[in-house]
Design a protein around this ligand. Structure first.
Ligand code: C2E
Ligand code: CA
Ligand code: CA
Ligand code: CA
Length: 280
């Protein structure tokens, strides 16, 4: 028994060490990724239910490692956040998305709103609103076509976050709360943060498997009702099935996003979607 315990402890140490090495490897790879052009932005359509129009795109970063191929965001974003690399990466994604949105406008497509994910660590930057404002004017994009998606976290300095959000709002951009319902104090944030939109987390949308079962749909319905009362726009993400689509239409959710319409795709393929949905 003693030997077995010893082996288990050894296996544990080895696993810890492997994880630490993997983290270091990701970190050093990420440091080079921007300059080497290994990062790319994919876009996922957001569709307005009432009109069926493609009205927005969420920008999602992709990293193609020269040897390992695509590294999932769930693997490298946490490392980027821990090391602070999310700041230059986040700014690069923001600039890319704003430039792309402007380029689509210039090509004659009906303007859409780009949503860019903002890591909590980016709130540490002293001049976040100034940085975002500079990117907008550099790209020539009107601020109402940019939205930032934020998530709540325990680590967040609430007073500072509210200040930064107010600065961002003054620019004229939109603010959305991502993964709504999964945080630890979503409801109080709705009152305190100057936000325009909430995104229902995909875990709740996934629960709409049997739309006749009240237990599966209660949370989604409640979030939509809260949004309506507070006059916030509401987006459901992770919409995959006809059943989910039908349910969300009955509940009059404002916007939908998910594989039901399209996965996130490279900019050239997104342009094809813009053509299919037609421009006014
Ligand atoms: P998120 O912001 O909640 O993004 C939505 C995720 O759900 C994306 O995963 C998207 O590909 C996936 N998704 C979209 N539709 C469906 C669907 O119908 N079914 C399912 N099962 N999944 C769907 P992705 O691109 O792997 O990103 C994962 C997370 O990584 C994001 O979650 C976000 O938290 C983070 N992330 C991605 N790009 C960025 C970025 O540029 N900056 C920051 N700070 N975080 C990012
Ligand atoms: Ca998001
Ligand atoms: Ca989300
Ligand atoms: Ca998420």
């Amino acid at each position: 028994a003693k030997r077995r315990g010893g082996n288990r402890a050894y296996a544990y140490d080895a696993a810890m060490e492997a994880a630490a090495n993997r983290k270091l490897e990701i970190e050093s790879g990420l440091r080079k990724a921007i300059e080497r052009g290994e990062l790319d932005v994919h876009y996922q359509p957001q569709v307005e239910l009432k009109s069926g129009a493609l009205v927005g795109a969420e920008a999602l970063v992709r990293w193609k490692h020269p040897v390992q191929g695509y590294v999932p965001p769930s693997v490298f974003i946490p490392v980027a956040e821990e090391t602070g690399l999310i700041k230059p990466i986040g700014e690069w994604v923001l600039r890319s998305a704003c430039m792309q949105a402007k380029a689509w406008q210039a090509a004659g497509y009906e303007p859409i709103t780009v949503s860019v994910n903002l890591s909590n660590r980016q709130f540490e930057e002293q001049h976040l609103p100034e940085t975002v404002g500079a990117v907008l004017s550099e790209c020539g994009l009107e601020p109402n076509y940019l939205e930032l998606e934020i998530t709540e976290s325990m680590a967040m300095d609430v007073t500072r976050t509210i200040q930064a959000l107010q600065g961002l709002k003054k620019l004229g951009i939109g603010i959305g709360i991502d993964d709504f319902g999964t945080g630890y104090s979503s409801l109080s944030y709705l009152k305190r943060f100057p936000i325009d939109k909430i995104k229902i987390d995909q875990s709740f949308v996934r629960d709409i498997a049997n739309a006749n079962d009240d237990n599966d749909t209660a949370i989604v319905s409640a979030i939509i009702a809260i949004a309506r009362h507070l006059q916030l726009k509401v987006v459901a993400e992770g919409v995959e099935t006809q059943e989910q689509f039908d349910y969300l239409r009955r509940e009059q959710c404002d916007m939908l996003q998910g594989y039901y319409f399209s996965p996130p795709v490279p900019a050239d393929r997104f342009e094809r979607l813009l053509r299919e949905y037609g421009s006014r």
